[in-house]
Structures are given as structure tokens and as C-alpha cells.
Design a protein around this ligand. Structure first.
Ligand code: ARG
Length: 492
């Protein structure tokens, strides 16, 4: 029995036979982790994606340990130079991220120890995988936020240039999917711009809140070596350190917020996608999507299906699902670290991948969409969408709005019965409904006039759009400035 224990402890410092790898923690174990338990619990297949952030954070940690004299200077130098070498080799494809490792942290430490011997085991002094994994994820997230913001800027630019190009395209604005009031296509497109602007804003705000280093928390209680967490925080581009070690290793709010931001982006994109699907039907005919972004039917030769828009619409579900998954993991979870938390990465990566690729696809759809101004303008004929403007003409003559509403309501019903629209009405006919109607009333029912009258702050008139364009440009510039100021340590 005693002998067995000794052997097992020795094994703990070595690689095991064949493809089996000794877990970092197995020094005191008599039994090996069963194959089934290993494959059920290993996160290496997906957290290998964090490799660069893990190595860069380890280099910072090793340097700090040296500076603080927790390990010797030469040891610190050896650790960081070997880690740098590993980083380059992975980049060149010489060192492959494969093998039976429990997670990325085990891969890095085991490979390091295999190369430089026992000194490799000093890297984990004054650190735990619990503070390490949060560090890695926060560094990853900084890059992910930058990538998402950059993609949002591109989509915003596409929306802005489509809006500028089609400033003279008039179309019905909808409520309840019924023709409501005429608007400029630009105004409708710019509504999406402002949604995306808030999305970028939310990500920037999240960055401000999450950019604090958890290092120094150790497993949960802090570290009993004279380390300098502020030093590692600074080296890694954090704005400061977390204040409570238990919170530092237990907190996943930043991931909940990140996935929430992604989910809101996806909800926005799903609305845009739905309109592209709808608008590209022959019934609407407002837009033609680029053929290279449509698919055909295996049986009906005439089909041009808007699959890319449909998939954006559908994939929103995956991100909302990821948010639900993580919130459910956290609900009722006791402090501090529990293995449940390992599941955070699956949700986080899924949310990013789906959201980022969907923003790119939405940008391609918008950039290449051919809007049909004729079809939009003609759908305003006979649709009574300036009925409100006609009622407002009476209001200007002193008639209470409710009364004006009912006068025009009656007119609309009777014109519709005769198969006529507002554009067909004569002044004589108007006068039969109310004496206060005059020449100006006939002007007011022209969509061009109705639109230009809405020039106040957020209206659909050209002047309002010009103001939106100017602000939009400034906004994109600010987001790009934020991205340029970030210390990015790898690709998300
Ligand atoms: N793979 C683990 C995770 O992602 C790393 C932290 C492991 N910590 C532990 N105490 N087992 O959560």
C-alpha cells in the first residue's frame, strides 16, 4: 500500500504511458480518473481556443513572480522564454494543440514541464486555475468585444451608405404590418443603424465593467506569497484588480452580460432579416437580394430563396439559448468555484461565433441589396397612408382632432368603397365632408409633402436624415477610437 502511494506520487510528475496524460492534480490520488469521467469532464476540446491568452497571462505571471522574488530571476526568465517559444511554435503549427489534456491550462503546464523539467512546476506558484481561467476568458472577451464592435461598425456603414444612396425612395411605414404613414426608406434603414449603435454602446459599457483582473485571488481565498497583482493587471491591460477573491473566482456576470449583448444584437438582426425575407417576396417586391446570397430549389427552377436572412432569423435562438444555459448554470450555485462554471465557455463561444458571423452576413445582405424605389412608391397609391395628414389639416383650422379623425375616417371608408384612393379625391368631394377643407388639404395628402413636414428632431424629412447621417458618422468614429485603444492579446 505504502509503495503504491509512492509510485503514484512519482507518476504525478510524469507523463503517463501512451497517449494518457497525468492530470495536474493527481499527485495524491491512488486511483486513476476513469476514461469515462475524463472524457465527460475534459474541456480541452473547446477551451484550447484560449491558448494564446493562457500563455500570455502565464508569461505575465512568471515575470511578476520573478520581480517579486517569489521565484528566482533565472527561473522566471526560463519560464517566460520557454512560454514565448511555445507561443511561436503554436502559431507556426509546430506545436499542436492536441492530446489527452484536461484543459488548456494543463496542456500549457505539462508541455512546459516536459521541456524544462521541474522548474515548469513553479509557474503555478501563487495561482490557481480558478483565477487563471477567469483571466483567460476576460482577455479573450476583450478581443471578442473589439471584433464585434468592428463588425457592427461595418454593418452601420453599410446601413448608412444605403440610406444616403436611397434618400429619395419613399415607402409606406408600417404599424401592425399595415400601411401607416409614408416614410423615407433611409429613415427605415437608419432605425436599424441606431439599434446597432446601442449594441456597440452596450459592449463598450460591458468592457468598462469587466476589465478588472482576478489574479491574486488564487483558488478562492487570496494568495500567501508577496505577489503584486497590480503588476500582472497592468501587464495584461486590465484597468485594475477585483476587490474580493471569492467574487473574483465565482463571478461570471461579465459572461452573462456578454451573451446578453450578443442576444440583443441577434434579436435586432432577426428583425432586419425578417424584413428582407418579407420585402423580397413578389407581393412586396421592395428589395432584390443578391443572387450569390440566395439559394435555389432542387425541384422548382424559378426559386430564389432568401436562406441567409432566414438563417440569421433562426440563429437568434442559439444565442438566446446560450444565455438561458448560462443563467441556469449560475442560478443557485454556491460560492465560490464549482466545476459547473466550466460550462460558461461553451455558451460564450457559441454566442460570439453566431453573432459575429451573423453581423457579417447581414452586412453582405445590406451592401448588395437592390431596393426597388418604383415598387415602394407605387405601393403608396391608394393606401390612405396620408389620412392622418388630412385630419391634421382640419386641426390646423381649429377642429378638434377627434372630430377631424372621424370626418377623414368616413371619407376613407367611402373612397375605398368606390375603389379610389386619397390621391384621386377632388376639392369638391372633400368639401362634402367638411367645409374647412381647402387647396392646402390637397397638398397635404401627397406623400412627398407629408414626409417633408416631419422635420422635427426624429422625423422622416430629409433635413432630419441629414442630421442623423452626420451624427451616425461621428458615432462610428467614436466606436473605432474605442477599439483602437484596446490592448488586444490574441484572436477570439
Ligand atoms: N477547466 C476549468 C474551467 O474551465 C478550469 C478551472 C478548473 N478548476 C478546478 N478547480 N477544477 O472551469
Amino acid at each position: 500500500m505504502k509503495n503504491k502511494k509512492k509510485q503514484s506520487a512519482k507518476r504525478g510528475r510524469q507523463r503517463m504511458s501512451g497517449t494518457e496524460v497525468m492530470p495536474l492534480w493527481a499527485g495524491g490520488f491512488l486511483e486513476r480518473l476513469s476514461k469515462e469521467a475524463f472524457s465527460y469532464s475534459a474541456s480541452f476540446p473547446y477551451d484550447k481556443r484560449l491558448w494564446k491568452f493562457d500563455i500570455v497571462a502565464s508569461i505575465a505571471h512568471a515575470r511578476m513572480l520573478g520581480t517579486c522574488k517569489v521565484i528566482a530571476d533565472e527561473e522566471s526568465k526560463l519560464l517566460s522564454s520557454e512560454l514565448e517559444k511555445m507561443l511561436r511554435e503554436i502559431e507556426l503549427g509546430k506545436l499542436k494543440l492536441e492530446g489527452n489534456y484536461e484543459d488548456i491550462h494543463s496542456f500549457v503546464e505539462s508541455t512546459l514541464t516536459e521541456r524544462i523539467g521541474d522548474i515548469g512546476g513553479k509557474l503555478h506558484t501563487a495561482r490557481s486555475r480558478n483565477d487563471q481561467v477567469v483571466t483567460d476568458m476576460k482577455l479573450w472577451m476583450r478581443s471578442a468585444i473589439a471584433k464585434l464592435c468592428e463588425a457592427i461598425c461595418e454593418l452601420c456603414e453599410a446601413l448608412l451608405s444605403a440610406s444616403k444612396k436611397h434618400i429619395d425612395f419613399l415607402m409606406p411605414g408600417f404599424t401592425h404590418l399595415q400601411h401607416a404613414q409614408p416614410v423615407r426608406l433611409s429613415h427605415h434603414l437608419m432605425a436599424y443603424f441606431w439599434m446597432m449603435q446601442r449594441d456597440a454602446d452596450r459592449l463598450i459599457d460591458l468592457h468598462r465593467r469587466m476589465n478588472l483582473s482576478p489574479l491574486g485571488a488564487g483558488a478562492l481565498a487570496g494568495v500567501d506569497f508577496p505577489i503584486d497583482p497590480k503588476m500582472t493587471a497592468k501587464m495584461l491591460g486590465f484597468d485594475g484588480c477585483m476587490r474580493n477573491s471569492i467574487d473574483a473566482v465565482s463571478d461570471r456576470d461579465f459572461i452573462v452580460e456578454f451573451i446578453s449583448c450578443c442576444a440583443i444584437v441577434m434579436v435586432h438582426l432577426s428583425r432586419l432579416a425578417e424584413e428582407l425575407v418579407l420585402w423580397s417576396t413578389p407581393e412586396f417586391g421592395f428589395v432584390k437580394l443578391k443572387e450569390a446570397l440566395c439559394t435555389g430549389s432542387s425541384i422548382m427552377p424559378q426559386k430564389r430563396n432568401p436562406d441567409m436572412a432566414e438563417l440569421i432569423r433562426a440563429r437568434c435562438g442559439r444565442v438566446v439559448g446560450a444565455l438561458t444555459a448560462l443563467l441556469t448554470v449560475l442560478k443557485g450555485l454556491p460560492l465560490s468555484y464549482n466545476r459547473d462554471l466550466q460550462e460558461d465557455k461553451i455558451a460564450m463561444f457559441e454566442a460570439f461565433d453566431v453573432t459575429h458571423s451573423s453581423i457579417l452576413m447581414a452586412t453582405m445582405l445590406i451592401t448588395s441589396a437592390e431596393f426597388n424605389g418604383e415598387k415602394m412608391r407605387s405601393s403608396l397609391r391608394g393606401d390612405f397612408s396620408t389620412a392622418t395628414d388630412l385630419a391634421n389639416e382640419l386641426v390646423r383650422k381649429g377642429i378638434p382632432f377627434r372630430h377631424a379623425h372621424s370626418i377623414v375616417g368616413k371619407l376613407v371608408r367611402e373612397l375605398a368603397q368606390q375603389g379610389k384612393g386619397l390621391e384621386d379625391v377632388t376639392l369638391e368631394e372633400l368639401k362634402q365632408y367638411c367645409d374647412a377643407f381647402d387647396e392646402a388639404s390637397l397638398m397635404a395628402i401627397k406623400p412627398e409633402v407629408a414626409i417633408e413636414r416631419r422635420a422635427e428632431l426624429s422625423g422622416t424629412a430629409k433635413a432630419s436624415l441629414r442630421r442623423q447621417f452626420a451624427e451616425a458618422k461621428r458615432y462610428i468614429k467614436n466606436v473605432r477610437k474605442f477599439i483602437a485603444g484596446l490592448k488586444l492579446l490574441g484572436e477570439p
